[in-house]
Each structure stands twice: as C-alpha cells, then as structure tokens.
Design a protein around this ligand. Structure first.
Ligand code: ZN
Length: 498
C-alpha cells in the first residue's frame, strides 16, 4: 500500500491542546490516511531549547499520549534542521546561530553550536516520536554560503548543504529509522544527494504542476520519492480549491505512473485567519483523489452542506482577480491588513480593487457566502475578508475627507474600524479555542485597533495643517510617522532600520 499522508503545519502559530491533536488524529484515520505529519519547527518543547518554548507548543508528553491513543496511525515528525529555523533564531538564546543577521530564516551550518543544536533537536524528536519515518526538513535554505565563514568554505553551497544534512540523515539511519528530506534544495544542488544515505526518502513538493520533471532527477542516486501536492491556503484569502484539486490530481497521477512511494498532502500556514477546520473537508476529499486521480469527486463536493460557501470563497473570490486571483503569491491583502502593524497598508495597495463598484461586488459575495453557512469556522473566514474590504473602504473615505481639509469627517469615517478589529479579535479567539489556532492573530487585531486609534489622534492633532504642512495620508497613517519629519527620513535611511 503506497503512503497516504497529510501534514499539519503546527509551526505557523498553531497552539493545539491534546484534545485538538486527538481530533486531528481521529479525523486522519476516519478520512483514510495511514500517516499524519506534524510540522513542528520551534513549536515543540525541546529540552535543548527551553528558551524557545512558546505558549501552546506541543510537548513530548502530548506526543506520547497521542501515539498511545492512536496506535494504528503513524505520526511522523517534520522538523527543520537548517532553513526555517526562524522561530529559534528570533528567540533570545538562538539569535547567535543565524546565517544572516537580522532577517535570516536559516541557521549557520559552519557554527559548531548550530550543528550541535540540530543534532540535539533530532535526538529529542526521535526519542518522543515512535515513527520509523523522521523528516528532517532542508527546504528553502536560500542563505547557504551567506555568512563570512560559510562563504570561505570550499566546494560551494552544494557541498555546505550536503555536509550538513548527510550526518543528520545518517544519525536517523543509525537509530534504526528512515530519514526524509524536502527535495527542492537537492534539485538545486543535485551533487548533495550523494551525501545522503540511500535509505533517505525525498519529499518532492510541487505545488504548481506534477513530478515528471523533478522526481526522476531526485531518483538518480536511488532514493525513494514521496510526491507532495498542497492545498493552496497560504496564497489565498481562504483557499484556491480548483487549483488545489488540480495539483492533488496531477501529483497523485504522477506518483502512480512513476511508481513512487506515495503522496503527502501539505497544508501550510493557517495563521492570518486561516482556520484548520475549514480546510479539513478538502483534506478528506484529497484522500480519495490520491487513490483515483481521474475518477474521484472534486474537493468542493467534500464540503457537503458548506459546498456553496466553499465555492463562493474560492472560485467566486478568485473571479474578481487582483489579489484574489491565483498567482502563487502569499495573500497580500491578509499580510498588509494584519502582519505589519499597519492596516492602512491594505488601503494603500488595494484601494483600487476594493473600493467603488469592485468593492461592492466583494461585499455582496461575502453576504451571499454568510447566507450559505452556519458553520462558525466558515463564517469567521468570510467575516475576515469582509472586514478587510470594509476597512479599506473606511480608509478611502477618511482619506478623501483628510485631503479635502475635513479632519473631523475623516475621524468619523475611521471610528467604526475600532469595532471592526474588535470583531476580528473575537473571531481569532474562537478559532484558537476551537482548533488550536494562532494566538498571534488575536494580538494582531489589538495592534491594528491601537494603530487606528493612534492615527485618529494624529489626524485630530495635525489634520488642520498644525505642522505648517499636511502629511500625506500614507505618511500620517504610517507607524513611523514623526511630526516635523516632513521628508520622512525614517524611510530614506533604510540601512538604519535593520
Ligand atoms: Zn554560515
């Protein structure tokens, strides 16, 4: 029987209780999966990193209880031992292991401390997880060779990469288990494959096509391959269901035709108002497609009573194009509304597509979607999109009054935004309680509301030209606005901002 697996991304701020994990495990078996992957990064309570144990992270004790409760489900740890260590690197205790100062996501493979740290994470992972398969990561290590020490190493990036992961994979083999790695960096540095023990399984993730080009290249040294499609959540306001389905079908078909080990469906990034319970029906639908890529029903059908909602929030929204369209880019609207502490970025970049008649169409679609569902998770997703559009529209009206010299009317237009972010905070709290969702999303709503209040104060102080000039609206709404810094030197000196 080929591998049938899905991977839950806990690293992106998920904070599951043991009950939530029980729910995910029971769901996995019920949906027909033999294997559940838990993608962890820094969200596992490692004794080697007591300084990185954020609230709500998964503990070894939780994993042991989960395994004893679900003995028929293989629970595979996905850790990351070079790239995507940003949760460790941005905690005090891990910051000296960075490959690139200030903005890095990768540890330095020339740092003895980082190498020993990776080894300890691996040992602790294998101690807690009974699984014979241990995924040690390795994707997206774009910073290879960046630091002064690494740049001097002979053999270049490929050699640095192979010499880092070879010993880690061998340690898994020595423990009597099977190592797994992501394939992307080995496609870029094929020589590094020779450093991996032959037992290593390569997870070939291809989210925009099949495996026909990549898998044969990754098999050159005899390694087994698992094909990985994804549910396009990270690059959507909610999910691109049609493109996700096409990806699952194509990868599943290629896995069968190329005789590969099996399929692992990845589901990334449910922070920024994703909600895992709204994704699970698609995970269930994908399982049937893995076995019958041509004949199995589509993912929308797996939504049952919520099918109309799912169609509107995926295909309906995508029909508006712009940021709602499918382009593989992380959702700009989600990020700009909440990720940077400045929701006015959403206004600045999306005012053309979200105000006027275009914005009305999106709000009408949200109203129709809300009428289609009583499910709390689905409703929360839609309320988030609706609020994003409403905020952009409030800001546009405020901008018009501000530029026309009516600060009082601008403030009046912005005032309801505070309640809007209160409403989103409630959604985020409920998503956290219901699914073990992001704690940061709750705080992001508070930050957004506080910033709106700050902007309202600024407009009341400086909106009548009290400074002798009227700051541009995107300046007075910027978190770094300083009165009398008319030229915005905080923006000119970008080097000073690191
Ligand atoms: Zn380095």
């Amino acid at each position: 029987m080929p591998l049938r697996m899905w991977m839950l991304d806990l690293a992106r701020e998920q904070a599951p209780t043991l009950d939530h994990l029980y729910h995910y495990a029971a769901f996995s078996l019920d949906a027909g999966y033999d294997t559940l992957g838990l993608y962890l990064e820094h969200r596992f309570a490692y004794a080697a990193a007591p300084w990185a144990q954020g609230n709500g992270c998964v503990t070894p004790g939780m994993v042991r209880r989960l395994q004893s409760e679900f003995p028929s489900l293989r629970i595979v740890p996905f850790i990351n031992l070079l790239g995507h260590m940003e949760g460790f690197l941005n905690s005090e205790g891990g910051s000296t292991m960075r490959e690139t100062p200030f903005r890095g996501m990768q540890a330095c493979p020339s740092s003895p401390r980082a190498v020993e740290f990776c080894r300890r994470l691996l040992v602790e992972t294998m101690d807690a997880f009974a699984s014979d398969l241990v995924h040690i990561g390795g994707d997206e290590t774009w910073e290879l060779g960046a630091c002064p020490v690494c740049s001097e190493r002979s053999g270049g990036r490929s050699s640095i990469y192979g010499y880092h992961f070879g010993p880690l994979a061998r340690a898994v083999v020595d423990a009597g288990k099977t190592p797994a790695v992501w394939g992307d960096m080995f496609l870029e540095h094929p020589d590094a494959l020779q450093q991996l023990p032959s037992e290593t399984v390569v997870f070939d993730w291809q989210y925009f096509g099949g495996l026909r080009d990549s898998a044969p290249r990754l098999m050159q040294h005899g390694h087994k391959i698992v094909g990985c499609p994804t549910l396009h959540v990270y690059d959507a306001a909610w999910m691109h269901v049609t493109e996700s389905e096409a990806n699952v079908r194509e990868v599943s078909r290629d896995v069968a035709e190329l005789g590969l080990e099996g399929v692992c469906l990845t589901t990334w990034e449910s922070a920024l108002f994703g909600a895992y319970d709204t994704v699970l029906p698609a995970v269930r639908g994908a399982r049937a497609i893995m076995d019958d890529p041509s004949g199995a029903p589509g993912l929308l059908a797996s939504y049952g009573a919520e099918e109309g909602w799912a169609d509107l929030m995926s295909n309906g929204l995508a029909g508006f194009g712009g940021d709602f369209g499918f382009d593989g880019h992380r959702s700009r609207l989600k990020c700009r509304l909440l990720l940077y502490g400045n929701p006015f970025l959403a206004w600045k970049h999306h005012r053309a597509e979200l105000t006027g008649a275009a914005g009305t169409k999106v709000l009408d679609l949200c109203a129709a979607a809300l009428a289609e569902t009583k499910d709390e998770g689905c409703r929360g997703v839609t309320v988030f999109v609706r609020t994003a559009v409403e905020f952009v529209q409030m800001a546009e009206i405020a901008y018009g009054h501000y530029a026309a010299g009516s600060p009082e009317l601008a403030i009046k237009a912005l005032s309801p935004a505070r309640q809007a972010f209160d409403g989103l905070e409630t959604v985020a709290k409920r998503t956290h309680e219901r699914t073990g969702g992001s704690l940061a999303d709750i705080e992001r709503c508070r930050v957004a509301k506080e910033h709106v209040e700050r902007v309202i104060r600024r407009i009341s102080h400086y909106g009548r030209g009290e400074l002798g000039y009227l700051p541009a609206f995107d300046v007075i709404t910027h978190p770094r606005f300083v009165p009398h810094d008319q030229a915005c030197w905080w923006g000119v000196n970008k080097w000073g901002d690191e």
